[in-house]
Design a protein around this ligand. Structure first.
Ligand code: PEP
Ligand code: MN
Length: 339
């Protein structure tokens, strides 16, 4: 903690503040500047009484009390300076290989899912996405196939060898979804549902935490902290666009989150350009930007017949569109030193 003292206070008052800091178990370091005196209080804020009340207790002496430790600890780079990797269904995310997760927004039928899985695998994807439980804004829209969708995802995994990522919507379904998925996706509408984050973490499966529609990066890091704090080290952050005043895109994909997450955290970062743009025609450019900016993986919506999709039809790539994109990404992935 950094305690800033008010200018011109008496020595007696300063000594009283120092005594209180020591009493609470911290070691005070006094730094005298030209105009101000600042005290650095060394000690673990987790195991000692808080110093935040000092400004209220010594209103004539203390101007402000400022934490220097980050509120998130386990996700921070300070806790783990090297990049961490997450292994899901045999695929390593955050390592040398740039990973592509692709598949339909929603699992709609066996034919739709299998056709997509086979095509995205042939094009180079390693992880199959597909929502079985869908978070829809309207209760009258397609809600997903539920457990039947999960079983189709398992079948697609058996037939193609792809790993599977799917969304977990409810704490009560954590075990069920974890039986069928290699990665649990926590959606943008749920990324501050703390009980859901805990339930996902406790399954032991890797957890991908999307950034919420109006979430600050610090809040997103703290949401990730819930996973690590619940003894699950397998965390992926996923930027999928935030809500702004802009209407040309469905969301504003914040690619600056890539270098920020890389600076602040050791956990891999995934970019979802599909929810990010809401428009298939922008997906390729956003993917290229994400590769260039240091993302570890992409999460892309692909459908055999996007116009007929039961959710998010405007943003899904066709099978051919996805294969073309993968070709275009290859030299960029090599240029950033990845495979
Ligand atoms: C999705 O991946 O289809 C989805 C619903 O994502 P988000 O939570 O980012 O909106
Ligand atoms: Mn979608």
């Amino acid at each position: 903690m950094i305690i800033v003292l008010k200018p011109g206070i008496s020595k007696i008052l300063e000594q009283a503040v120092l005594a209180e800091i020591r009493k609470r178990g911290y070691h005070p370091h006094v730094m005298r500047g030209v105009a101000r005196t600042v005290i650095g209080a060394i000690g673990d804020e987790l195991t000692h009484a808080s110093l935040e009340s000092l400004a209220l207790e010594f209103p004539q002496a203390v101007e402000s009390v400022n934490p220097i430790q980050k509120r998130y600890k386990l996700v921070s780079r300070e806790a783990h300076p090297a990049d961490s990797t997450v292994t899901a269904g045999g695929q390593v995310i955050g390592g040398k290989k740039f990973q592509v997760m692709a598949g339909p927004c929603s699992v709609e039928s066996e034919k739709q899912l299998l056709a997509t899985a086979v095509a995205v695998k042939a094009a180079g994807a390693t992880i199959l996405r597909g929502g079985a439980f869908k978070p829809r804004t309207s209760p009258y829209e397609f809600q997903g196939l539920g457990e039947k969708g999960l079983k189709l995802l398992s079948k697609a995994r058996r037939e193609t060898g792809l790993a599977v990522i799917t969304e977990l919507l409810s704490e009560t379904q954590a075990e069920l979804v974890a039986e069928h998925a290699d990665i649990l996706q926590i959606g943008a509408r749920n990324s501050q549902n703390f009980q859901l984050l805990i339930a996902a973490a406790k399954t032991g499966k890797p957890v991908l935490v999307k950034r919420g529609l109006s979430m600050k990066i610090e809040e997103w890091l703290l949401a990730g902290e819930y996973v690590l704090a619940n003894e699950n080290p397998n965390l992926l952050f996923c930027e999928r666009g935030i809500r702004t005043f802009e209407t040309y895109t469905r969301n504003t994909l914040d690619l600056s989150a890539i270098p920020i997450i890389k600076q602040e955290s050791h956990c891999p970062i995934v970019i979802d350009p599909s929810q990010g743009a809401g428009r298939a025609d922008l997906v390729a450019a956003l993917c290229k930007g994400a590769v260039a900016m240091g993302a570890d993986a992409l999460l892309i919506e692909v459908h055999p017949n996007p116009a007929k999709a039961r959710s998010d039809s405007a943003q899904q790539l066709s099978l051919e569109g996805f294969a073309k994109l993968m070709q275009e990404l290859r030299p960029l992935i090599a240029a950033v030193g990845r495979e």
